[in-house]
Design a protein around this ligand. Structure first.
Ligand SMILES: C[S@@+](CC[C@H](N)C(=O)[O-])C[C@H]1O[C@@H](n2cnc3c(N)ncnc32)[C@H](O)[C@@H]1O
Length: 256
């Protein structure tokens, strides 16, 4: 069996390597929209701008990318360009990318209306995926208005590579990964510092993860954060903002 991805009997995508699901079957889309996009103030934050650059840790099944792309398409005031930058050590197959979108459960009518659009975009992504190779690659869609830059490799090595390759800092960060207990490499202090190097003061960051250690590492990397109401069953989600290179422990970050 391929240890990258397995499908559980209920249809959930699961990682045997990390003993965790990629996302909850009924909650993946809501998480992408409310926790990641919403947590970074999107779509509003990209409106009427020349470009929006999003960095993600952990491309996985591409759900956050596809949801961002669909939200961008649907927004009449979208930025002229959308640049989605992500990294992934264990890419799934194109067939699994497609299957994961087909397996999504819509939580409400709005999500149900979104599913056919996501399937079309997943098909475009799956076609590009055929050329996947280790290291950094760029794929352009929509007449080059949407760009996906994917760094295939270990997060510790890919973040410095991105820092060298990207001409401009990112506007938003989707901090993702399997749970810190099963996937500590994704949530290390080094990763938070590496993410910070790709940010500008004001860059927003979102995550479902509110672990105290992760919050502390973010603060040490120069982010201020707050806990926001989470997507059930989680009580909280994380919203953060990059302040600039950290020199000390800043006020306003209570460890609540
Ligand atoms: C929860 S999944 C991400 C889901 C994804 N954001 C989406 O929208 O579908 C976490 C991803 O992080 C990747 N990952 C875990 N450890 C990693 C590491 N050390 N370096 C790079 N990627 C890693 C996993 O292979 C997995 O695809």
């Amino acid at each position: 069996m391929d240890s990258t991805l397995a499908w559980l009997p209920d249809g959930s995508p699961y990682s045997p390597m990390y003993d965790d699901v990629y996302h909850a079957l009924g909650g993946g889309l809501a998480q992408a929209r409310q926790v990641f996009l919403g947590g970074c103030g999107l779509p509003m934050a990209w409106e009427d701008r020349a470009s929006c650059r999003i960095l993600e840790t952990g491309f996985g099944l591409g759900l956050n990318f596809l949801t961002s792309w669909a939200a961008w398409q649907a927004d009449a005031r979208r930025s002229k360009q959308l640049h989605f930058v992500s990294l992934e050590a264990h890419p799934v197959t194109a067939a699994d990318l497609l299957r994961s979108v087909q397996a999504l459960h819509a939580g409400d009518a709005e999500e149900a209306a979104l599913l056919p659009r996501l399937q079309l975009l997943a098909e475009e992504l799956a076609r590009a995926w055929a050329g996947l190779r280790p290291g950094l690659q760029h794929w352009d869609f929509e007449g080059r208005r949407v760009r996906l830059s994917l760094a295939v490799g270990e997060v510790r090595q890919m973040l410095p590579l991105l820092a060298q390759a990207l001409p401009d800092p990112v506007d938003a960060v989707f901090l993702d990964g399997f749970s810190p207990a099963h996937n500590p490499a994704m949530w290390s202090a080094e990763v938070m510092q590496g993410v910070a190097q790709l940010c500008r003061p004001g860059t927003r960051l979102a995550s479902w993860c509110v672990s105290g250690e992760v919050r502390q590492r973010l603060r040490q990397a120069g982010f201020e954060w707050r806990k926001a109401p989470g997507l059930p069953p989680k009580r909280h989600r994380l919203e953060a903002r990059y302040l600039g290179p950290a020199t000390d422990l800043r006020p306003g970050n209570g460890d609540a």
